[in-house]
Design a protein around this ligand. Sequence first.
Ligand SMILES: [Mn+2]
Length: 319
Amino acid sequence: MAVWVFTHSDGDGVCAGALALAANPDARVFFTHPYGLLGDLEAVRAGDKVIICDIAFSEDSLLAILERFSAISRDGELIYIDHHPLPEGLAVKDIPGRIVHDTGSSASELTYIVFREGFSDRMSRIAIYGAIADYLDDTPVISQLLCNWDKRTIYLETGILVQGLEGRKREHDFKREVIVHLASGQPPSMHKRLLESALENTRREEEAIQMIGGYLHVYDGIAYVLDFPFSLGKTAIYARALAGAIVGLAGERRKGFIDMSLRTCRRDIDLNRILRQITPKLGGSGGGHPTAAGARVPEENFKPFIEELNKAIKREGMH
Ligand SMILES: [Mn+2]
C-alpha cells in the first residue's frame, strides 16, 4: 500500500504538503492543480492512501473526480483537505472520503488540525507560514499557535518561503526538496537555495514595481497589465494599487488563451462568484477566492470579458 500526497505548489500548498509528509513519512509527494488532479490520480492503485491538499474542484471534471474519490475511499483511504469555495450545488456530504473543508482557513491550518496529534510543538509554525502565505492568518487557531512564536521572525521566514518559491512554477524537484526540508522541522531560512532565490526574487520585484506603470491599462474600475514578465498575482496587486482601481488584473497569452490573476481589496466584491458566472459564457473558466482569483478566456474574448467583469463589479459594489 502506497501513500500519496497531492498538493498545490504555492506557499500554502507547500506548507500543507510538508505537514502531510511529516505525518506520513513514507508518502510520495506530487504537485498538481485543479485541472491536473483527475489525470494525476490515475497513478493511484487499489488500497492506497491518498491525501489531497489545497486543490479546488474543477467544474468540467467534477463528476469524474467524485467517481474517482469514491473508488479510492472504497478500496483504500482518501483525505481531501481544501479551502476553496465548492462548485455551486456541491455540498461536503456529497463528496466521498474524509473531507476537511473550510473557506475561512488555509489548507495548511486544516492539514495541521487533521494531523496535529502526532506533531511536536515546532511543527505549528509550518501551519502559520502557510496561513500567512494565503493571507489567512487571522483565524482563531492560527492566532493561538502564533502565541508560541515571535511573530516578526515568523513573518521573515514566511517571506523567505513565499519569495523563494516565486517564479519557480514548474521546478517540482526544488519544491519537493523544500517540502522535505520543512517536514524535517527546519525553517525556510536554513535552506540555502530557497534563501538565495527569495533575495533574487525580491530584487526582481522591486524592479517590476518601477516598470509596471508603463504597461498599465485602465478600463473604468479595472486596471490591467498584459504580458508583463513577472508573477501574475503580484502584478495584479501592484496594477490595482497604481491605478487606484477596484480590481487589478494581470494576464499572459498562452496557446490562444489569456491566463490571468485578479485581485481586489474590496470585501463587498466576490471575484470567485463573478468569474464562475461570466467566464463559461465566454468559452473560459475561472474562480478561486473572493478577493484573489484566476481565470482564462480565449484571446479574442478578452475585451468582452473585461466589459462583463466591469459591469459585475459595478453591480456588486453597489450593495
Ligand atoms: Mn491555499
